[in-house]
Design a protein around this ligand. Sequence first.
Ligand SMILES: Nc1ncnc2c1ncn2[C@@H]1O[C@H](COP(=O)(O)OP(=O)(O)OP(=O)(O)O)[C@@H](O)[C@H]1O
Length: 387
Amino acid sequence: MHVAHLTLHDFRSYVDLDVPLGPGVSAFIGRNGQGKTNLVEAIDYLARLASHRVAGEAPLVRAGADQALVRAAVVRDGRTAVLEVELNPGRSNRARINRSPLPRARELLGLVRTVIFSPEDLALVKGDPSDRRRFLDDLLVLRAPRLAGVRSDYDRVLRQRNSLLKTAGAARRGSSSQDGALSTLAVWDEHLARVGGELLSERLRLVDALRPYVGKAYETVARGASRDDADIAYRPSLALAVEGEAVPADRAALEGLLLAELERRRNDELDRGISLVGPHRDDLLLTLGTADARLPVKGYASHGESWSFALALKLASYDLLRSDGDDPILILDDVFAELDGERRRQLADLVAGAEQVLVTAAVAADVPESLAGTRYVVADGEVRRDG
Ligand SMILES: Nc1ncnc2c1ncn2[C@@H]1O[C@H](COP(=O)(O)OP(=O)(O)OP(=O)(O)O)[C@@H](O)[C@H]1O
């Protein structure tokens, strides 16, 4: 797939932008702070309805404006659709396809697929578990857009259950009756186990599917590495076994495990007033080394190894989406400055075959020759074709 035309209105630093794009490589070159990332962020936003840089919509709307608009003509299998999203911070966003409004903006998900490489990816390795959970969940939704509903249902159930735990815990500490709260809690346990079991099962399956691609990708981007060096494993907040026997990764079995664990941890949860069990407490463990000497990347790996691992995770997700028969738009935002000449060429060779690659760089010479493509100059709020 590729974006054939991008229109922005009051998005980030752009008042109005109208830029035709084509398949193949487009490289956006400009001095720091000219709006290169803002442009590719807009396309990535259409794919995920979230930014890779900030939480929430407010920073995406131009300072002083009330709303922003991102519109893109997207070509997939020879057919063009015009996708549009209006960002309304504090209110719901609106989306349209070919000018027809959609009941919910979420229905845009899955129509554009992107894989973005950016300096923020380092948080995948060095950041909190929430950064890695977001990576997994974003990839889940890209592969199966209906899971956006499961993800938001889980967040809602968790919020409700946490507030109930606070109330019931406070009643218990004040020795007042908690009967009502406890019976309501049992209902929310069931919700959490049902939606959580589904999310957990999807994540486990995803990690299984992604794993073989991670070693291969790390070998490509890390100097002197072999494909067995890098590995990933899902680290759940509860043991996925009963009497030493691993439980299958299906939702019903996981739902049962979650319910039992919620019951077991009930007192802890009431004491602390938060949900201690469920996919919101899980992590993706990243390790490097040989079978007998394997170390977690976080806290042990060098800066170069960490950066290579982050790139490898993104490259692996790109390979996985391709193996599904998809051809996501690849965005390489400011990544070449971080790599030496050999790694630049290797990464460039790997991505050059994608239907559309969007590259940003402050210095044209940082973009490898094989990604020459079409060059655009980004300056003073404008984007024009170079030459
Ligand atoms: N909501 C907003 N309203 C107005 N201007 C904004 C908004 N958000 C970001 N900007 C401006 O956009 C500019 C940053 O643009 P962007 O991140 O695209 O830069 P860049 O060209 O990628 O630079 P670099 O090469 O340093 O990464 C900054 O000058 C910032 O002040």
